[in-house]
Design a protein around this ligand. Sequence first.
Ligand code: ATP
Length: 264
Amino acid sequence: MRVMSAAETAPTLHPWRVHTEGLRVRAGRHLAVDGLDLALRTGVHGLLGPNGAGKTTLMRALATVVKPAGGSLTLLGTRVDGRTDLRGVRRGLGYLPQQFGFYPRFTVREFVEYMAWLKEMPRHAVTDAVQRALDRVGLAGKADTRMKALSGGMLRRAGIAQAIVNDPELLLLDEPTVGLDPEQRLDFRELLRDLGTDSCVLVSTHLVEDVVAACSDVLLMNEGRLLFQSTPEDLMARGGQDDPGDSPAERGYSALLRQHRSNA
Ligand SMILES: Nc1ncnc2c1ncn2[C@@H]1O[C@H](COP(=O)(O)OP(=O)(O)OP(=O)(O)O)[C@@H](O)[C@H]1O
């Protein structure tokens, strides 16, 4: 029988895939994330908040695209500061920015392969991984189409494919459902639930219903801080009949923001 080492039998002290304390991140000169405490495990976390709340800026910091201006940030067990070698963390990350660049003459398959190469995936694994990612976003039929010929929704799906090609432990999706048609949005919800069984997925959106349908955890940000983190059921329970919104979740969202603004 193999003897287990102490490290293997010790309880995991840091089960968090993302952990921040007092995180501050600048967007230009503006402190767009201002003292944010956050702890995320495996699962699908929906990030809500009004325009300008700091969602994109937070995503960019978690994707290691911008350096924090203060506080602490730990990603996949690695404390991120100015001296950290980020290559190991980045190999475990997937990120779909709101806008992403690509060579327009690349085919969809070439685009996702190129991103797999940038993520330093082992060469022998790339072909199958790219095919699987394209299948999962429903783009296998467009694999040989040039990027410049895709519709807005297809482009978004190509963006999601590049984000998931390396089976990331931490997946960051900034408004992934923009441009998707209703059928694709339903498929995407299913994909999210599937991804969240093994990965920590943070997905920002203005579609409160997507969060209720696909997320295990809801986060609400405003003015650079976290106002609320709980279950979709709890979000829905926060709303009253007088709160604006077409559904219990939208009314819960409005109620939480109203309450915060009246206390500020
Ligand atoms: N380059 C910049 N220079 C100055 N201020 C910026 C810059 N980028 C963002 N901001 C400001 O930072 C704040 C947070 O912006 P951010 O894009 O992170 O918000 P958001 O929650 O993603 O908004 P949205 O829902 O509109 O996408 C906003 O007040 C925005 O005006």
